[in-house]
Design a protein around this ligand. Structure first.
Ligand SMILES: [Zn+2]
Length: 169
């Protein structure tokens, strides 16, 4: 039999192709374990610098309000690491949230610049051939302009704030 070729089936929204557009809205609630119950490896390393994801006991998220850690408990104490206590997980959650805020800020800026650049380019191209302008062109320019206006820095800030919480510095 010829084996079929199947598309990826990512578990998380974030892993889907083309996710960039939604990068400012991670689907998880807990930034310590990303709702897996297992503290995210790069956060674990802030506490256990030589942490080995493959060999070490699983560091369980004990962040207050996060219930996902409990699903690992059946593995027993020989396999899980409960040393990352609630205050530690809370701090890791805060650090991760800050990282996300900064990352999305950069993404927003890049995205905005890209749209602005393409808008400027279109305006420039059109002005070179102004007399040949068609209704379609005018519509395109107007649409680009609307896109820019729709994502004013102020609005980015509001969106960031509503998705990530906390104050915008
Ligand atoms: Zn968690």
């Amino acid at each position: 039999m010829n084996l079929p070729e199947l598309p990826r089936e990512p578990i998380r929204e974030e892993d889907k192709p083309g996710y960039e557009k939604q990068i400012w809205s991670p689907s998880w609630r807990c930034f310590c374990c990303q709702d897996t119950g297992r503290v995210h490896a790069h956060l674990v390393k802030l506490v256990i610098p030589d942490y080995d994801f493959d060999c070490d006991r699983i560091p369980i998220c004990q962040s207050p309000g996060c219930k996902f850690g409990t699903k690992w408990l059946h593995l027993g104490t020989a396999n899980i690491d409960m040393r990352l206590t609630a205050p530690i997980c809370q701090e890791l959650d805060r650090i991760s949230r800050d990282d996300w805020r900064n990352t999305t800020k950069l993404q927003f800026e890049k995205y905005r610049q890209r749209i602005e650049a393409s808008f400027n380019q279109i305006v420039q191209e059109r002005s070179l051939t102004k007399r040949d302008r068609t209704d379609n062109d005018n519509r395109e320019v107007a649409q680009r302009k609307a896109e820019i206006e729709a994502i004013s820095p102020k609005q980015w800030a509001v969106m960031r704030k509503s998705y990530l919480g906390g104050d915008d510095e």
